[in-house]
Design a protein around this ligand. Structure first.
Ligand SMILES: Nc1ncnc2c1ncn2[C@@H]1O[C@H](COP(=O)(O)OP(=O)(O)OP(=O)(O)O)[C@@H](O)[C@H]1O
Ligand SMILES: [Mg+2]
Length: 196
């Protein structure tokens, strides 16, 4: 699903609600059949690690960890996902290869990689162990225009080859064709102010 909407309309906030990193002051958020507000803090963290792979705008890699350390990180908190990943180091290397990263990059420090390479590592980290949901908040905004297109093609290919669904935020409505569902968020408070 593609999530569109003006700046400030609440797209990133909605993703944080789905991830359970913030809780709603009203209403309920159900993810994969679970009302996440009913989970305790620890259970919510584990639920997130099991169910959701997140690709941040600024990658959020551990700079001093190797590429492998970074990709394996979510498995530490998610035993089911770790099982699905099989031999996790082999799976991490296979993901890197399919994302067009050179083999020797796996032992490099994340901070030594180019921006485009770091974002591919972030994709591998999100995909490992096939979480049902991949969330990406404007994942191309740190890349130049040419790298953006190449990156998105790779991301869509990886998602097509995986069992995961993609929920992505973008400012580009042209990407709508690539998704089975497009939702546009409106800043209701702004609309009400304009109408008053
Ligand atoms: N935890 C929170 N509780 C209440 N309001 C918040 C919270 N976090 C952000 N906001 C407010 O919600 C609004 C939406 O912010 P948000 O970052 O979700 O927008 P966005 O659609 O992602 O914008 P952009 O396209 O610029 O990234 C902003 O006015 C912001 O100040
Ligand atoms: Mg945002």
């Amino acid at each position: 699903m593609l999530l569109l909407g003006e700046s400030g309309s609440g797209k990133s906030t909605l993703l944080s609600l789905i991830c359970g990193t913030i809780l709603p002051s009203a209403g309920q958020v159900h993810v994969a059949g679970t009302d996440i507000a009913t989970l305790s803090g620890g259970k919510r963290d584990r639920f997130r690690a099991e169910q959701i792979g997140v690709i941040f705008q600024q990658f959020n890699l551990l700079p001093f960890g190797t590429v492998t350390d970074n990709i394996l990180l979510p498995l530490r908190f998610a035993p089911e996902r770790r099982k699905r990943a099989g031999d996790a180091k082999v799976t991490a290397l296979a993901l890197c290869t399919s994302l067009g990263l050179p083999d020797d990059v796996v032992s490099a420090k994340a901070s030594s990689l180019s921006v485009g390479q770091q974002q591919r590592v972030a994709v591998a980290r999100a995909l490992i162990g096939q979480p049902p949901l991949i969330i990406a908040d404007e994942p191309t905004s740190a890349l130049d225009a040419t790298s953006q297109t190449a990156f998105l093609e790779l991301l869509f290919q990886q998602i097509a080859d995986s069992a995961s669904s993609l929920l992505m935020v973008s400012h580009d409505p042209r990407l709508g064709d690539r998704f089975d569902r497009v939702v546009r968020m409106e800043d209701i408070a702004r609309i009400e102010r304009a109408a008053a």
